[in-house]
Design a protein around this ligand. Structure first.
Ligand SMILES: C[S@@+](CC[C@H](N)C(=O)[O-])C[C@H]1O[C@@H](n2cnc3c(N)ncnc32)[C@H](O)[C@@H]1O
Length: 412
């Protein structure tokens, strides 16, 4: 193991196929693991219990070692060799979303080494590996994406792939790696599942909608600029002067305010939580002549609209809480049935946003998935460093990436 790690320290230059690829192949063929070892996991658990994790005896993976040691002055030829090394490690089961002793993903380390998230070949290779692994995992699970729940920040393999994650946990390791990293029991609480969330009391503050007690951020005012952009997108392909739009998830009604400013012919709002419905009533949304409120989960209310076949939307927006990407996969079926051929679908893109590599992987997965419906997803990238909050008053940050990819999905 240490020989493998020392090889990937790139102490010898130049980085050639003969020296590095062939030696790595020999190690892996001899059974040296491409990912965590059982000993590392045990050490990690032990250290985790004691609240102390040291670099010497806790988790890292060969890919992490490679990413940490990358020479800054790699030539093109050397970079091609590093790509081959990465390919080989993936072939032997290296995980794309594992965390090391500093809680970093390989993606974090590659970005720190100077790779660009959109054009860096090594980072892009990692994203590709993540996409393939997630899609394979979905196939293995018979279409279901499995989520492991874990509150422990230092879980060695943590990568969330959820919409508005709050406390929802990491995805399973992408493929069956040689050593299964430890998995802690599911978190309790409102973010973990819809049944619990819908029974949890909510409270509106000046700048947020929170769950009472735990203070999970259901919606926060910092997203206002994103909601404005989303509202504009919903009206971006309207063909007549009588647009009909649907917003799934009212929350603080920020996007609904922007939608109303555009005086749509009909503005449907689908909302499931009784406290939010009470707020809609209190604030007079039921009296607005162009507003139709669909009370209940979209899973229950939208199928009725589909069956009736009487309304088709110019724009549909989706932004809920305590749902997972597998819910979005179900939603795509409904969206294609309810949207006009010229219509636009968009959603709050917090998928995997607590880690940049996960965010980039899910960005690509959405593109592929909507493509299967004959739709394309175009992203607008916006810098949100200046609007991100300090998360002081909420249990946990649900967005840790410095930019936002705003999705605009329409038929090809
Ligand atoms: C993040 S907030 C929406 C924020 C909104 N975009 C805004 O601009 O204020 C999520 C909302 O979705 C609602 N919700 C969660 N699951 C839902 C479901 N399955 N169907 C309908 N609404 C749901 C929640 O109760 C909550 O009001």
């Amino acid at each position: 193991m240490s020989e493998l790690h020392s090889l990937l320290g790139f102490s010898e230059r130049p980085v050639t196929r003969e020296r590095y690829v062939e030696t790595l192949r020999a190690y892996l063929r001899a059974g040296v693991p491409a990912t965590y070892t059982l000993e590392q996991v045990a050490a990690f658990e032990k250290d985790g219990d004691q609240g102390e994790v040291t670099a010497e005896d806790s988790s890292t993976t060969p890919l992490h070692v490679l990413a940490r040691s990358l020479p800054r002055d790699l030539t093109e030829a050397e970079r091609a060799v590093v790509l081959e090394l990465m390919d080989m490690l993936f072939e032997y089961g290296a995980g794309w979303n594992f965390l090391d002793y500093e809680g970093k993903t390989v993606g974090d380390l590659l970005l720190e080494s100077g790779e660009d998230s959109e054009t860096g070949p090594l980072y892009r290779r990692l994203v590709e590996a993540g996409v393939s692994a997630e899609l394979l995992l979905r196939k293995l699970n018979g279409g279901e994406i499995e989520f492991l729940e874990d509150d422990d920040e230092r879980d060695p393999q943590e990568c969330e792939s959820v919409e508005r994650p709050a406390d929802e946990g990491p995805v399973d390791p992408p493929v069956d790696p040689p050593v299964d990293p430890p998995v802690d029991p599911p978190v309790d609480g409102p973010a973990a599942d819809q049944d619990t969330y819908l029974k949890t009391t909510l409270e509106y503050t000046d700048d947020a909608l929170l769950t009472q007690g735990d203070k999970h951020g259901v919606m926060m005012e910092w997203e206002t600029e994103i909601m404005k952009l989303a509202a504009d997108t919903l009206f971006s392909s309207v063909e007549d002067d009588a647009p009909i739009v649907l917003n799934i998830g009212f929350g603080m009604g920020i996007i609904d305010g922007f939608i109303q400013q555009k005086t749509p012919k009909k503005h449907y709002i689908c909302e499931a939580h009784p406290d939010v419905l009470a707020k809609l009533r209190e604030d007079g949304w039921y009296e607005k002549p162009n507003v139709v409120i669909l009370e209940g989960r979209w899973q229950d209310t939208l199928n009725k609209l589909l069956d009736d076949g009487e309304v088709f939307f110019d724009g549909i927006y989706y932004d809920t809480f305590s749902e997972h990407y597998k819910d979005m996969l179900d939603l795509y079926d409904v969206v294609v049935g309810l949207i006009k051929p010229t219509g636009v679908f968009s959603f709050f893109n917090g998928l995997g946003a607590d880690r940049q590599i996960c965010y980039d992987v899910y960005k690509a997965i959405v593109e592929l998935d909507v493509n299967n419906y004959g739709m394309k997803c175009e992203y607008k990238k916006i810098d949100i460093t200046k609007i991100l909050p300090d998360w002081k008053n909420v249990k946990r940050s649900y967005y840790n990436v410095n930019y936002y990819y705003h999705p605009r999905i329409s038929f090809l």
